[in-house]
Design a protein around this ligand. Structure first.
Ligand code: PMP
Length: 400
């Protein structure tokens, strides 16, 4: 059997099924929000215990809190292989981070995106009125050609693309996309919401300009996310929010001098505990190591894929024919059965939590022929082969 790689908070809890049985809850929705690692919860509780104002207090707990917050930036930057002068802004989540990126996009610059994106990496760009959407092709190689043609047709300031699909788990070759963007004089922003807890990345090593992710998808709690990247656009744009913290000097002459650096876009009291938890999560992930994480994930994925392939009427979702790396996500449909019915059956009768719907990627689901949605199974550090076997047995039972 394949055991879990790290303990998660609430990992052993039971739920009651329709027949009244108590079964251990099997969480197959890590891609939406991963449970907190117990290690992260411990750091969180410790920070909560010495909790005081950030940045402006002179007291010792205030100094500790401020140091923890600023240290969190540095920990995250190192984890992502950021350049020494990259800015790390703490946001609410990935969505917020991309809205911030859209806010600082130079006013004369277009952004090119693919149609496979989560809405978070589509709608903020569309709202600028300068988004150009390229339809992904059946192979990644053809998709690169389509992007190449679009960037050659007309310059763009930015290519904004997901690092791993939240629908299929397919990992996109970031180096190739980065080289492509740079060849056309564009920058690249990576939506790494589905990548950061699964695969190593180095901003400096890959040349990636901006990267965004959410704490709640990397084993930290809800409420905090990150935008990391080049400081010039961030410092040149007006503050994302205005208020205390963003202003260096204020008088009543209808204006203010704004800070540069992360403070410029972090007006108001920040989510210190969320930032501390994200840093703790990155440390925990680093401690486990991406080699082990990769093995664990691939072993479980193989077991899951092989099991699903044996079930009649289960069709996997896939975007590209020529990509072979996938994080722990399997999207599929079941012939003639609404996704919701599948998900409800698994939950009600087996205490198994999966996701059904269109995963905030309506254009992709529609193009792949699933306008009414599909089922998504996703797992992570707390998952085991026992979970996978239970899921497969439950699906077999559902299919009769
Ligand atoms: N991008 C991707 C690829 C995602 O999977 C998600 C979350 N499903 C988001 C963006 C949005 O993340 P959040 O809801 O934390 O803002």
């Amino acid at each position: 059997g394949i055991t879990s790689l790290a303990p998660v908070v609430g990992g052993d809890q039971t739920v009651r099924t329709a027949s009244g049985a108590q079964v251990r809850y099997a969480n197959f929705d890590y891609a939406a929000s991963s449970p907190a690692l117990t290690e992260v919860a411990e750091v969180f509780t410790q920070a909560l215990g010495q909790y005081a104002s950030v940045h402006r207090g002179a007291g010792q707990f205030s100094q500790i809190t401020t140091a923890r917050y600023e240290q969190a930036r540095e920990t995250v930057r190192r984890f992502l292989g950021g350049r020494a002068d990259d800015t790390v802004v703490f946001t609410r989540n990935t969505t917020d981070a991309i809205n911030l990126a859209a806010h600082v996009l130079p006013a004369d610059g277009d952004v090119v995106v693919l149609d496979i994106e989560h809405h978070a990496n589509l709608l903020p760009w569309q709202r600028t009125g300068r988004a150009r959407v390229v339809v992904a092709q059946p192979t990644f190689a053809q998709t690169v050609e389509a992007l190449d043609a679009e960037l050659a047709r007309k310059p763009a300031a930015l290519l904004a693309v997901t690092a791993a699909s939240n629908v299929t788990g397919e990992v996109l070759p970031i180096r190739t996309l980065t080289a492509l963007a740079h060849r056309h004089g564009a920058r690249i922003l990576i939506d790494a919401a589905q990548l950061v807890s699964h695969r190593p990345i180095s901003l400096a090593g890959y040349g990636v300009d901006y990267l965004v992710f959410s704490g709640h998808k990397v084993y930290a709690p809800f409420g905090a996310g990150v935008l990391i990247g080049r400081k010039d656009w961030l410092d040149d744009a007006p503050p994302y929010l205005v208020g205390g913290g963003a202003a260096a000097h204020v008088d009543l002459s209808d204006g203010a001098d704004w800070h540069t650096g992360p403070a410029r876009h972090e007006a108001g009291s920040p989510n210190v505990l969320g930032a501390v938890a994200i840093a703790a999560a990155t440390e925990a992930i680093r401690g486990i190591g991406f080699e082990l994480i990769g093995y664990h994930e691939r072993d479980l994925l193989t077991r899951l894929d092989e099991g699903l392939a044996e079930l009649d009427g289960v069709t996997p979702l896939q975007i590209f024919d020529d990509l072979h790396d996938r994080v722990g996500i399997a999207g599929f449909s079941v012939d003639g059965r609404p996704a919701r019915e599948v998900a409800e059956y698994l939950s009600d009768h087996h205490g198994i939590g999966v996701r059904d719907g269109k995963f905030c990627a309506h254009p992709l689901l529609t193009r792949l022929g699933h306008p009414d949605g599909a089922v998504r199974v996703s797992f992570g550090l707390g998952s085991s082969s026992e979970d996978v076997d239970r899921l497969l047995a439950a699906l077999a039972e559902f299919l009769g």
